[in-house]
Design a protein around this ligand. Structure first.
Ligand code: NAD
Length: 728
C-alpha cells in the first residue's frame, strides 16, 4: 500500500506525521490516510519512545481539503454490498463512524498531539486539526479554515459539530456550521480554535516545543472534569442555550425554506451532542450524518455543485482534438449593459478588449462601467488601472484588427446584428470565431451573416455579467468544433461555468426559466392570491417569486418578446395562459420596477409591495376556489421539469449535467435538488410521468410529458443512468 502519512521520530521522541497523499495536488481524506493515521495512533499508544506527535502537511497547497467528494460517490448510492444481517442504515453508520472514531482515538491516545497548519484546512481537514490538543496556524491572512460541508448539502461528520461548539461556544459555532463560513487564522486564534499563529517557517518547531513542554497535554478540555462549555452550559435550563436553537431554527427556515436536510441535522446534532460526553456525542453526530448521506439530496448536490461543475470548467464538453485556443484580444461589439460587463470580465482575465459602439460616448460609458465597479470593490488603484488600460473604447471597425474572438451584444434586432457581423468580417475575415450574446434569436439564422457559419456560435451571458457564474454556449446547425473549443477556452479564461446546448428558441435556460414565470402568470390570471404564488415560489427554493422576477425583467420586454415570437412562428404560435395578464399590464403602462409600477408597487425609498388592485385588474377578482400551496408548488415545479425534459428529448440538451448546471447557475433552480434532471431521477421517471399526465388533464397540453419520458418510465431508466451508459 502507498504511504499517505510519512513518519519521522526526532531525538526528543516527537513523531512528525506529514500528510502527503500521493497523486493529489491537495491532501484529501483517503482510505490510506485513515490507515496510516490508525497505525500512527497505535504507535503513540504503545511505543514508550514516542512522547507525542505533530500533525502537518507535506503539500504547499495547504493542510487538507477534507473528504474526497468524488470518492464519496459510493457512500451515497445503495451500491455498496451490505454485510450479512445489517440494515442499510446500520452499515452506513459503521461506514461514517469509522473516521469519527479514529479522530477520537487520536485525541484520547494519552500523549500530546499538536497540529501545524501551513495552509487551508477545510471540512474533514479542519476536523483533523480540531482533534489535536494544540493548534498552530501559519500567519497568513489568506489561509482559510472552515467547515463548508453545508454548501453541498452535507455536514461535518468527523467530530466538527461537537468540537467546534466546545471550543468557541455554541452560538458562534452554529454560525460557522450553518453558513459554511470560513475563518482566518487570527479569527481562529480569537475563538480559541487555534492556540498560536506564527510565521509559516516556524509552525513545526512551535508545535514541537509545545509537545515537549507539555508531556501531560494529551487531554482535551472536554475530557477534563472541570470542562465548562464556552457561552454557558448546554442544558435546557439555560435560557441562552434554548434561545440559540430557537434562533438557529428560524434562521435555517428563512435561508433554506426547510428544504435542506443538512441544516436541521446540524442543529439536532449540536443540540443533542452538546449535552452528553464526547464519546456519545460523536455517535449522535454520526447518526445524523448517516441520515443526511442516506438521502439522495446530498449526493445530488455534490454531483451537480461539485463534480459536474468542476468537470464542465475543466472542459468536459470541449472537442478533444482541437488545440488550445486562448483568447488574447476580444472585439466587443456593443457597449451597453451586457457589452460593458463582458468587457469588464474579459479585461480582468488579462484579455485585451476593443469595445465598439455607435458613438464614442456610448463606448466610453461602457468602459466607465468597469471603472465604477472596480472602485466599488475597492480594487487597488494600480490593479484597476491595469485592467482599464486593457479596454479600448472605439467606434472605428479598423481598431478591431488583431482580435482573435468577437462577441456581439448590440440591440436584439436581426438586421442590426447582421450589419455589425458583416462590418466585422470585412476587417477580421471569416476565420475568426464570432460569438453572439443574443438572448432570443436562433444562432443558426444569425450565422448566415458570417461567411463561415462553422465559425459562428452563441455565447450567452447572464446579467449582471460580473456576478452571474454561468455562460450558455449555443451550437448552431453549422457551428464547428473549433468555435466550440474557442468559446469554452474563453469561458475558462474568465473563470465561469459553461454549459453547451444546441440551437432552439430561447435556447435552454431562457426557455425553461420562462415556464416558471409563465405558470405564475397563469395562476394569477386564474385569480390565485398573488402572495401565495410568490411565497410558494420562494419556498420551493427559487430565488424570487415569478411575479417579482417578471417585474425585474420588465413587463414591456415580456410583451415584446411574445409579439416577436408570434410574428416569427405564425400559425405554430401557442400563446401561454398568462399572456392576457401581460397584455393588460402593458395597456396600463405597468412595466415593472423600471417605472416603479408592475405587479408590485415600488414606493420611493420604501419597500415594494404587491399592487393591491392586481387580481381585480387582471383576473376580475379572486377565484372562489383557491389552490393549496402544494398545488401551486406542483404547477410551478412541473411546468419547468417538463420543459427541461422536452429540451432533452429534442436534443437541445445532450447531457443531464448541462441541464442541471444550467438550471442551478442560470436561473437559480432549487440547488438542493441538484437540478431538474437530478430531481426527476430522484422522484422516479414513472412518477414524474404520472404527475404530468394528471396536470395535463387538468391544466392543458403544456404539461404533457414527451414520449422520451414515457419510454424511460417503461424501461425503468433515469437520465443519469443513460448518461453513464453513453459515457462508458
Ligand atoms: P443595451 O441596449 O444595454 O446595449 C446595446 C448596445 O449596443 C448599446 O450601447 C447600443 O448603442 C449598441 N449598439 C446598437 N447598435 C449598434 C451597432 N450597429 N453597432 C455598435 N453598437 C450598437 O442591451 P443589452 O441589455 O446589453 O443587450 C445586448 C444583447 O445582449 C442583446 O442581444 C440582448 O438580447 C442580449 N442579452 C441581454 C441580457 C440582459 O439581461 N440584458 C442577457 C443576455 C443577453
Amino acid at each position: 500500500m502507498t504511504t499517505a502519512i510519512h513518519t519521522e521520530l526526532d531525538a526528543d521522541g516527537i513523531l512528525l506525521l506529514t500528510i502527503d497523499v500521493p497523486g493529489q495536488s491537495m491532501n484529501v481524506i483517503t482510505p490510506e490516510v485513515q490507515a496510516d493515521l490508525a497505525a500512527a495512533i497505535e504507535r503513540l499508544k504503545t511505543d514508550d519512545a514516542v512522547k507525542g506527535a505533530v500533525l502537518t502537511s507535506g503539500k504547499a497547497s495547504g493542510f487538507m481539503a477534507g473528504a474526497d467528494l468524488k470518492g464519496m460517490g459510493a457512500l451515497f448510492g445503495s451500491g455498496a454490498a451490505l454485510p450479512e444481517g445489517k440494515s442499510k442504515m446500520a452499515a452506513l453508520f459503521d461506514g461514517v463512524f469509522s473516521l469519527n472514531r479514529l479522530l477520537r482515538d487520536l485525541e484520547t491516545c494519552g500523549k500530546p498531539v499538536a497540529a501545524a497548519v501551513n495552509g487551508l484546512a477545510l471540512g474533514g481537514g479542519l476536523e483533523f486539526v480540531l482533534a489535536c490538543h494544540y493548534r498552530v496556524i501559519a500567519d497568513n491572512p489568506k489561509i482559510t479554515l472552515g467547515l463548508p460541508e453545508i454548501m453541498v448539502g452535507l455536514f461535518p461528520g468527523a467530530g466538527g459539530t461537537q468540537r467546534l461548539p466546545r471550543l468557541m461556544g455554541i452560538q458562534p459555532a452554529l454560525m460557522y456550521l450553518l453558513q459554511g463560513k470560513n475563518m482566518s487564522p487570527q479569527e481562529a486564534l480569537g475563538f480559541g480554535v487555534a492556540q498560536a499563529v506564527v510565521p509559516a517557517d516556524q509552525i513545526i518547531e512551535t508545535a514541537k516545543a509545545w509537545v515537549k513542554a507539555n508531556p501531560n497535554g494529551g487531554v482535551q478540555p472536554w475530557d477534563s472534569k472541570n470542562f465548562k462549555m464556552p457561552g454557558g452550559p448546554a442544558t435546557a435550563l439555560n435560557p441562552n442555550f434554548a434561545q440559540t436553537f430557537v434562533g438557529g431554527t428560524a434562521m435555517t427556515h428563512v435561508n433554506a425554506g426547510d428544504n435542506m436536510n443538512a441544516p436541521r441535522a446540524i442543529l439536532s446534532a449540536v443540540y443533542e451532542g452538546a449535552q452528553v460526553p464526547m464519546d456519545l456525542a460523536i455517535r449522535i453526530e454520526s447518526k445524523y450524518f448517516a441520515k443526511v448521506v442516506a438521502d439522495p439530496q446530498a449526493g445530488n448536490m455534490i454531483r451537480s455543485l461539485f463534480v459536474s461543475k468542476q468537470a464542465a470548467e475543466k472542459g468536459a464538453r470541449r472537442p478533444k482534438d482541437v488545440a488550445p485556443a486562448p483568447t488574447k484580444k476580444v472585439a466587443m461589439l456593443g457597449a451597453g449593459l451586457m457589452g460593458a460587463g463582458i468587457a469588464m470580465v474579459s479585461a480582468q482575465a488579462g484579455i485585451e478588449v476593443v469595445l465598439l459602439d455607435t458613438s464614442i460616448e456610448a463606448a466610453e460609458k461602457g468602459k466607465a462601467y468597469t471603472a465604477d465597479r472596480l472602485a466599488k470593490k475597492k480594487t487597488p488603484a494600480d490593479k484597476a488601472q491595469a485592467i482599464l488600460d486593457r479596454i479600448k473604447p472605439t467606434t472605428d471597425y479598423a481598431d478591431l484588427a488583431g482580435c482573435d474572438l468577437v462577441i456581439e451584444a448590440v440591440f436584439e434586432t436581426r438586421e442590426i446584428k447582421a450589419g455589425v457581423t458583416k462590418q466585422t468580417e470585412a476587417v477580421l475575415g471569416p476565420d475568426v470565431i464570432f460569438g453572439s450574446n443574443t438572448s432570443t434569436l436562433p444562432i443558426t439564422g444569425l450565422a448566415e451573416a458570417w461567411s463561415k457559419p462553422e465559425n459562428f456560435i452563441g455565447i450567452h451571458f447572464f446579467s449582471p455579467v460580473e456576478r452571474m457564474p454561468l455562460v450558455e454556449i449555443i451550437v448552431g446547425k453549422k457551428t464547428g468544433p473549433a468555435a466550440i473549443a474557442k468559446a469554452l477556452d474563453y469561458v475558462a479564461q474568465i473563470r465561469k461555468t459553461p454549459i453547451v446546448v444546441n440551437d432552439s428558441r430561447g435556447f435552454y435556460t431562457s426557455r425553461c426559466f420562462g415556464t416558471y414565470v409563465q405558470e405564475g402568470l397563469a395562476l394569477l390570471g386564474e385569480g390565485t392570491v398573488p402572495a401565495l404564488i410568490e411565497n410558494v415560489g420562494k419556498q420551493m427554493g427559487m430565488p424570487v417569486g415569478p411575479l417579482a422576477v417578471n417585474d425585474e425583467v420588465g413587463l414591456d420586454l415580456s410583451y415584446k418578446v411574445a409579439q416577436q415570437t408570434k410574428k416569427d412562428l405564425g400559425d405554430a404560435y401557442k400563446g401561454g395562459p398568462g399572456e392576457t395578464v401581460i397584455e393588460k399590464m402593458n395597456e396600463l403602462s405597468r412595466f415593472g420596477r423600471k417605472n416603479a409600477k408592475g405587479f408590485y408597487v415600488y414606493p420611493e425609498g420604501g419597500k415594494k409591495y404587491l399592487w393591491p388592485e392586481l387580481v381585480q385588474t387582471v383576473a376580475g377578482g379572486l377565484a372562489e376556489d383557491q389552490p393549496s400551496a402544494a398545488e401551486v408548488k406542483e404547477r410551478l415545479l412541473y411546468r419547468q421539469l417538463v420543459e427541461c425534459a422536452r429540451c432533452f428529448a429534442e436534443g437541445v440538451l445532450e447531457t443531464p449535467q448541462d441541464g442541471d448546471l444550467g438550471a442551478i447557475f442560470g436561473w437559480g433552480f432549487a440547488p438542493f435538488t441538484g437540478g431538474p434532471f437530478s430531481h426527476m431521477d430522484t422522484v422516479g421517471i414513472a412518477n414524474v410521468v404520472a404527475t404530468l399526465d394528471r396536470l395535463a388533464q387538468r391544466h392543458g397540453e403544456r404539461f404533457a410529458p414527451p414520449q422520451l419520458l414515457r419510454d424511460m418510465a417503461a424501461r425503468g431508466d433515469s437520465f443519469y443512468a443513460m448518461a453513464a451508459k453513453q459515457a462508458a
